[in-house]
Design a protein around this ligand. Structure first.
Ligand code: HAM
Length: 443
């Protein structure tokens, strides 16, 4: 391809991905798990638009956060409105909660959400500019049992798909606890300012808590001796945290108390948590995260509504599943192929194909092709179990050939019986496969 024509070939944007047909079955497994968990824990689905007012995210995620400062895809539309592609779901869910009067519903209101979100992050392994999240939120209830239930859903879901989840948990208290803690943190770092890289020094000024999840080694060493937020919690916040941990103990959910976990979004208070896979020591590839955000709905103009929730990054989940060699389904392949010879037979085969589909039998064909050789090659490629062949002789006799693709044996059967015969044979071979697999497992 010449340089010039290469220029013209459109390409994917950086950090964006197509989800190809071969990957769809694995995605379906995850999506089904999300819907099933939501149903069994009583969460109802809410979808929100991909675009929202930019101010929604500035006011909820916070203007001094990485997401709002650097990562939003924002633009002014034709109507001169400042809008952004959603970088997360919680803010939109809070907006919808206020806008649709969820406040009048019995509490708690339990909602779940699934869809793509957008962050102009630096693309690397497990970090994309468009990625999928699923998100669970419980609104209208301040009790610590809510936090525990959310962690239970998150933990069980990740475990159920075959990973090794580790809960990281901390409490960042209420606003006044954090103010006292920030002062202590600034005091601790003041004499050590010169040991901090320029960027971290700036962060310390703007959003002191964020220094705790700094990735730089020299900063991490200093953090080890820094004051910890748990020592600044009010009695109320402390009691809340202890109750959450008691519930986790009762549920036998293992957790790591992580005093450095502060999360990168401003709306949190009290419980914050993340879920890391067992092999992830730093949380670089956190699978999910969340926490309490009791002040958010009021900040956005709604009635004071305590709430908590979490979100999981679905690409990361799949990445970790692949790394751990957890078997994931491939595309479903048809068991039956329909082959034909001649125009009249082609017509009859298209109808037969539709009858098979209505009977719930996945079939395939290459009806646009004429040669039987090409059609049989296609059947072989698809590794079907049987091929139904309708040649000229069979057209005259009102029969059809049924070919067992494993041993090449062909039989002639009445055309009318084609669907029921295929059904019978597939059931028989499914039974055989089942009994041979149980024989293997009892050995
Ligand atoms: P978050 O920690 O920003 O929280 O994102 C949740 C998850 O999304 C992360 O743990 C990670 O798996 C995934 N994720 C984040 N950034 C990327 C990226 N650039 N590429 C791929 N995956 C990524 C939230 O979004 C909060 N709204 C969670 C929440 C819900 N809190 C309360 N309710």
């Amino acid at each position: 391809m010449s340089e010039k024509s290469r220029e013209k070939v459109p390409h994917l944007l950086r950090g964006m991905k197509d989800i190809l047909p071969v990957d769809q079955p694995a995605w379906d497994v995850l999506r089904r798990a999300v819907h099933a968990f939501a149903a069994s824990y009583g969460f109802s689905r809410l979808d929100t638009p991909v675009l929202e007012q930019t101010s929604l995210f500035v006011r909820s995620v916070g203007k001094n956060t990485d997401i709002v400062e650097k990562e939003m895809f924002s633009f002014v539309d034709q109507g001169n409105e400042q809008m952004s592609l959603r970088p997360e779901a919680t803010a939109s869910i809070a907006r919808a909660y206020i806008e649709h009067g969820f406040v009048n519903q019995p509490k708690p209101v339990k909602l779940y959400w699934i869809g793509p979100v957008f962050r102009h992050d630096r693309p690397q392994a497990g970090r994309f500019r468009q990625f999928w999240q699923f998100d669970f939120e419980t609104l209208g209830e301040a009790h610590p049992v809510v936090d525990a239930e959310l962690i239970l859903v998150l933990y069980s879901l990740i475990k159920s798909v075959g990973l090794d989840p580790v809960v990281q948990i901390n409490s960042i208290g209420d606003a006044s606890d954090r103010e006292r803690y920030k002062k202590a943190l600034l005091e601790y770092f003041r004499p050590r300012r010169n040991q901090l890289p320029e960027e971290v020094r700036k962060r310390l000024q703007r959003n002191p808590l964020r220094i705790l999840d700094a990735k730089e080694e020299e900063v991490r060493i200093l953090i080890q001796d820094a004051p910890q937020i748990v020592d600044f919690l009010s009695d109320e916040a402390n009691k809340h945290f202890v109750k959450v941990l008691e519930h986790l103990d009762d549920l036998e959910i293992p957790y790591v108390l992580n005093p450095r976990l502060v999360r990168g979004l401003d709306y949190y208070n009290r419980t914050v948590f993340e879920i890391w896979n067992g092999d992830d020591e730093t949380g670089q590839m956190a699978l999910g995260g969340g926490g309490r955000y009791d002040g958010l709905i009021e900040t956005l103009g709604g009635q004071a509504t305590p709430a908590a929730g979490f979100a999981v990054g679905m690409e990361r989940l799949l990445l970790k599943l692949r790394e751990a060699n957890v078997p994931l389904p491939g595309p479903e392949t048809p068991r039956i192929f329909v082959a034909q010879l001649g125009e009249a037979s082609r017509k009859k085969c298209l109808k037969l194909f539709e009858q098979l589909r209505r009977a719930g039998i996945p079939a395939s064909h290459t009806l646009a092709k004429d040669g039987i050789k090409q059609q049989m090659e296609a059947a072989n490629r698809l590794k079907v179990k049987y091929t139904l062949i309708l040649g000229q002789k069979e057209m005259i006799d009102n029969t059809i050939l049924i070919r067992d693709m494993d041993n090449g044996i062909q039989e002639t059967i009445s055309f009318e019986k084609a669907v029921s015969e295929i059904q019978k044979r597939l059931e028989r071979s499914a039974l055989r496969e089942k009994s041979s697999s149980t024989e293997v497992s009892t050995d």
